[in-house]
Design a protein around this ligand. Structure first.
Ligand code: FES
Ligand SMILES: [Fe+2]
Length: 303
């Protein structure tokens, strides 16, 4: 591309396949990030992505290689490589194992997508955590959005956010909220970073994506119900490299703190089907309550 200023491959999660393209036992050669790679699904069902060339004498593992369990056997001299890139068998040698020699790539499969993490310097993926078995339903996280006053009482913010926009559209919600004072994370002043402008996109009950404008931080909160009581809460935070390391660490701590602060409230909550909303909170909150039924196949119970 003419004039494009970047000569290196960018950092981030990138889709490399759809799930159904990776059938168990098949090896898919691919070229991304200026590198030759292979992707395969092992017997465990996990997808593995490795550098394509055998570290013995350089055969391409994607042309004639064989998947056995979660390992791969090179077509050239049948050295066997684990999904961690280590030699686990040399069929004609007394020495069977060797340390890691083939590069491996972090993989996340979110059906129907398969993503790999690329970072030129080999930095690990962005901060991500699964909170397992949280006592909540996904709707409660979405209701955090219009619930501007809980920020003051549950999360300890100096002010409550003001809505710049709040609209529902089919299965989506878009919300933009501004905090007029920075959040206070254990005395850390984040105001210099322009903290406070939240652009949120909700896609159904399970996916809530937030961009914190000014900082360039984005995060996703994806809640998946296990049963009628509990859910897994998947939380990922992306902080751009332009944010200094110490500040990035503060941001991770802050986001983590905000998430877990809601848990005890949710754990003991008795859901109010027709809350007596105060006028200051009613509009967007009621909009969410009107938006939710499209995701359920029966009427809510009457009080
Ligand atoms: S090149 Fe792969 S086993 Fe020799
Ligand atoms: Fe909250």
């Amino acid at each position: 591309m003419k004039n494009f200023p970047w000569t290196t491959m960018p950092t981030g999660w990138f889709q490399i396949a759809w799930s159904d393209e990776l059938k168990p036992g098949e090896i898919r050669p691919m070229r991304y990030f200026n590198r030759d790679l292979i992707a395969y699904r092992g017997a465990s069902g996990q997808v593995h992505v490795l550098d394509a060339y055998c570290a013995h004498l350089g055969a391409h593992l994607g042309y004639g290689g064989t998947v056995v369990d979660d390992d791969i056997i090179c077509p050239f001299h049948h050295w066997r490589w684990s999904c961690e890139g280590c030699t686990v068998d040399i069929p004609y040698s007394a020495r069977k194992t060797q340390a890691k020699r083939i590069g491996t790539w972090p993989v996340r499969e979110l059906e129907p997508y398969v993503f790999v993490w690329h970072d030129l310097a080999g930095a690990p993926p962005s901060w991500a955590r699964r909170f397992e078995g949280v006592t909540m339903q996904p709707q409660l996280l979405i209701e955090n959005l219009p619930d501007i006053f809980h920020f003051r009482y549950v999360h300890g913010t100096g002010t409550v956010p003001a809505f710049v926009d709040f609209s529902t559209d089919g299965h989506r919600i878009h919300s933009r909220q501004e905090f007029t004072a920075p959040l206070d994370a254990e005395g850390e002043d984040l105001s210099a970073a322009g903290y406070g402008d939240f652009d949120v996109s909700v896609q159904g009950l399970g996916i809530l994506l937030t961009n914190i404008n000014g900082l360039g931080v984005s995060q996703s909160a994806c809640v998946t119900p296990i049963d009628g009581e509990t859910s897994d809460f998947h939380f990922t935070v992306f902080v751009p490299r332009s944010v200094p390391e110490q500040q990035a660490a503060g941001l991770y701590r802050l986001q983590f703190k905000l998430v877990v602060e809601d848990f005890p409230i949710w754990e003991h909550l008795c859901y109010q089907e027709r809350p007596p909303f105060a006028p200051e909170e009613a509009g967007p909150y009621q909009a969410v309550r009107r938006w939710v039924p499209q995701f359920h196949r029966h009427e809510p119970s009457k009080p």
